[in-house]
Design a protein around this ligand. Structure first.
Ligand SMILES: C[S@@+](CC[C@H](N)C(=O)[O-])C[C@H]1O[C@@H](n2cnc3c(N)ncnc32)[C@H](O)[C@@H]1O
Length: 342
């Protein structure tokens, strides 16, 4: 088990200026380093911060306000990978004040300002594609939600092995990914619908960018390969609007509608027009039509989400393999200036 002093102030330098540089592309603000390193291709502006709150609220309905699915006691240390606005991590830190929660993201730009989140939350910068720099056998829970837009396709097995490595024996991983392939209840959506065109363009643009937009469907396979046990997977329908006669799903659809309307543009803008060759006019036209269809009750449109949990075997103590960088060379200063357990 790693040891560190949670109150210790880091003596490491603050992040270099380049981590705070934004670039405007077709009216949206992006994190320049994330674009230049091909780590993440969605905006990081206020509109996106709002949208991620909508996503989080929608998931709160889907999961009946449960943040953590397995029973974990004691919950001492939690890691949230690709924490973004830290919506999930902030709530866990509030509800579990005895635990230390760590949120890591390639960009600190959407994170809340220091002083505006619980003191048991520690936010820091790192690229998940470079491997986790935390000590082996450290966390009771690792959470990873909606990072498929950022993990390099070929890095997924290694990423999940790394999640396994940093868990304490008996610790849990909890992963959630959406498959952005529009479908419809009753098969109302044809290949010619704009939502279907949008899906094909988005999925193929993400593949061109070296990502795996179908990662959600493979999580359980990669987790099994990494050695997880007691795995449970759920495939969940996320209605794009309030088309369901089921009261609960109707509520989820209503909560999801604005989120979907915004993500059709925000997730696909850069991949479709900068990586692939769609013109901005073609893009706006497609998104406008796809938005109408996403809100059309008769079409009954939805995306699927994949939720998987798994446990690291109680006897499985990890040892960092020799090819990983040493922990000392990978210390980085967190957003709040606290040293993190690496
Ligand atoms: C769609 S947001 C989801 C945020 C959060 N997990 C949630 O569910 O609200 C994806 C986040 O993952 C981060 N991300 C994507 N790829 C990453 C990478 N390679 N390393 C670190 N963070 C990454 C992005 O910067 C972004 O903040």
């Amino acid at each position: 088990m790693a040891e560190w002093d949670e109150e210790e102030e880091s003596t490491l330098p603050v992040l270099p200026e380049e981590h705070f540089v934004r670039v405007v592309y077709n009216g949206r603000e992006y994190h320049q380093l994330s674009l230049s390193s091909n780590a993440y291709l969605a905006p990081i502006d206020e509109v996106e911060v709002e949208r991620l709150q909508m996503t989080h609220d929608m998931f709160s309905l889907v999961f009946d306000d449960r943040l953590i699915f397995p029973e974990i006691t004691p919950l001492r240390r939690v890691l949230d990978c690709g924490t973004g606005t830290a919506n999930w991590a902030v709530e866990v830190a509030r509800r579990e004040p005895q635990s230390q929660v760590y949120g890591v993201d390639v960009s600190t730009e959407m994170m809340p300002m220091y002083g505006y989140y619980p003191v048991n939350l520690h936010l820091e910068q790192a690229d998940l594609n470079e491997g986790l720099a935390y000590h082996d056998n450290t966390f009771d829970l690792v959470h990873s939600r909606l990072v498929a837009g950022g993990i390099d396709a070929e890095k997924w097995p290694e990423y999940i092995r790394d999640l396994h490595r940093v868990l304490v024996p008996g610790g849990w991983v909890q992963m959630v990914e959406i498959y952005f392939n529009a479908q419809s209840d009753g098969g109302h959506l044809s290949d010619n619908h704009a939502l279907s065109h949008w899906s094909r363009h988005y999925l193929s643009a993400m593949e061109s960018a070296g990502k795996d937009p179908r990662a959600g469907l493979k999580l359980d396979h990669w987790m099994r390969e990494a050695g997880f046990t007691r795995m449970e997977m759920r495939e969940i329908t996320l209605p794009m609007c309030g088309w369901s006669h089921n009261e609960r799903d109707f509520g989820i659809g209503v909560a999801n509608q604005e989120n979907v309307s915004r993500l059709l543009s925000s997730l696909a803008l850069y991949p479709c027009t900068a990586i692939q060759d769609m013109t901005i006019e073609e893009f706006h036209l497609l998104v406008g039509q796809a938005r109408q269809e996403a809100a059309a009750l008769g079409l009954k449109p939805y995306f699927k989400a994949y939720v998987v949990v798994g446990m690291k075997r109680a006897g499985a103590v990890s040892h960092r393999h020799s090819s990983s960088k040493s922990s000392s060379s990978r210390h980085r200063k967190g957003r709040n200036g606290k040293r993190v357990p690496r």
